[in-house]
Design a protein around this ligand. Structure first.
Ligand code: AMO
Length: 442
């Protein structure tokens, strides 16, 4: 067996180590830092190395004759993205980025990076598919890290917002016995002797829970076996789910609007540097409510194709252009365009409408939701209309037989939201390890 001995006492290191950003603010004369070799430049007798850790970058300067020959030699040989430990003096320097540099006194290489298969510099032009083949290395890039630092803020902010709303965080099964959204986009799984599916959503479960615990939320992974490869769909995605008892669709649209505003506000507060790095200008969005019929009128006026009982990509884009920096709620949706669990509603002229809605932000759907059917007989009727077998939904239907209040909810796509607030061209940029039609690794 090959034996590996740690070259350093990590317990000691974790007590003494400085993060790069702190080197600039603290007044320490000597520091111990660790990180990746971000850049190397050699000017004859001077070697510059830029070290990067999760908090920032700092220049390390080795001048032959001023540092030991051994350190000079080691720095001369180091490759980009290698992982190093440096102990050294902090010196002011007008030329160094941030006005400080480190003069190394000890140097250790934890891991040597081989020739890099993709460019991970700040100026990288490597195409997305190739970057995703080496996603683990792509994640060394500061711009890519900025995306996921912002996504982390969105996750934390959603928790904070929902907790402040008095909602309970819930965990739901990811293996299900029947479709939760209707349609055919299901991944089949073998479950002992039975056929099972990977969860399309936690829809049925969050409803059952809201019928006893009132306000519930989850960050839930969903699987959709959509065959097409688009820039806005993934086969594995995550949703911010919410469900509330004693609420109609307008109650939860209001919660959703305030929730997105809260999340964007948190990103503006906590991710200033990341937004700068990504050159993103972000604003707290306003909200706007339109009926589906009003959107159809707008489409006619602007000569944009609507879509049958649904909004076309083109019409979503139009809403983004007409109402910039606005969360647009499209409600009173045609019943035919909504799935089996959405509550029907009669329109003024007897049209078959529903209490379902879609939410468009920056020209794309970020969420859908609505009031649900809590009446077993109506639910059975709607399942049949949608070509589904009520027998497959027995437990779900029964859950409304023993005291189930009217309730409503929504699901927001985490990657969609990340993609849109950061202006990313492809949803795959907004997921660490994307799963699409062609990609199962890394
Ligand atoms: P829906 O299927 O509309 O509704 O999904 C809600 C939101 O999740 C995101 N989303 C996706 N993102 C990436 N790739 C996909 N394949 C994908 N599918 C969905 C979108 C979408 O608006 N249970 C309901 C929600 C509810 O009524 O509570 C549901 O799943 O941003």
């Amino acid at each position: 067996m090959t034996e590996y001995k740690n070259p350093i006492d990590f317990v000691e290191l974790s007590k003494k180590r400085s993060y790069v950003k702190d080197v600039f603010s603290e007044k320490k004369e000597k520091v111990e830092i660790v990180g990746w070799v971000h850049d190397i430049r050699a000017l004859g007798k001077i070697k510059f190395l830029v070290l990067r850790d999760i908090s920032g970058i700092i220049q390390v300067t080795a001048v032959k004759g001023y540092v030991s020959d051994e350190i000079f030699e080691k720095i001369s040989k180091v490759s980009r993205e290698s992982v190093v430990y440096i102990k050294g003096k902090v010196a002011d320097s007008k030329q160094a980025p941030g006005g400080k540099e480190i003069i190394p006194e000890e140097f250790l290489e934890f891991a040597h990076a081989e020739d890099l298969p993709i460019d991970v510099s700040d100026f990288s032009k490597t195409e997305l598919p190739k970057r995703l083949d080496y996603r683990f290395l792509d994640l060394h890039r500061r711009k890519i890290q900025a995306i996921f630092k912002i996504q982390s803020t969105l996750l934390q902010a959603y928790h904070e917002f929902m907790t402040n709303e008095g909602a309970l965080e819930a965990q739901f099964p990811s293996i299900i016995g029947s479709s939760s959204e209707g349609g055919t986009e299901l991944f089949e799984a073998k479950y002992f002797e039975k056929k099972a599916f990977l969860s399309q959503s936690c829809q049925l479960y969050k409803q059952m829970l809201a019928c006893s615990m009132e306000k519930v939320f989850a960050v839930f992974t969903v699987w959709r076996a959509e065959k097409h490869n688009t820039i806005r769909h993934l086969n594995e995605a995550r949703q911010f789910d919410y469900e509330q008892a004693f609420a109609d669709e307008f109650v939860v649209m209001d919660v959703l609007g305030r929730g997105v505003q809260f999340m964007v506000k948190k990103v503006l507060e906590l991710n200033k540097e990341d937004l700068n790095l990504l050159e993103v200008k972000l604003e707290i969005p306003k909200t706007k409510y339109l009926t589906f019929a009003e959107v159809v009128e707008l489409c006619k006026k602007h000569k944009v194709h609507v879509g049958k009982d649904d909004l076309s990509g083109e019409s979503e884009k139009m809403l983004g252009e007409l109402f910039p920096e606005t969360i647009v709620f499209v409600h009173d949706w045609p019943l035919a365009g909504k799935t089996f669990y959405i509550m029907p509603k009669e329109g003024k002229n007897g049209e078959e409408l529903s209490r379902g809605f879609d939410v468009i932000y920056k020209g794309m759907e970020i969420s859908s939701g609505g009031q649900r059917i809590h009446l077993p007989e109506l639910l059975i009727e709607r399942l049949k209309v949608k070509g589904l077998n009520p027998k497959d939904f027995k437990a779900y239907i029964d859950s409304f037989r023993f005291g189930a209040p009217p309730h409503s909810g929504f699901g927001i796509g985490l990657e969609r939201l990340t993609m849109l607030i950061l202006g990313l061209n492809n949803i795959r940029e907004a997921v660490l390890f994307p799963r699409d039609r062609d990609r199962l690794t890394p």
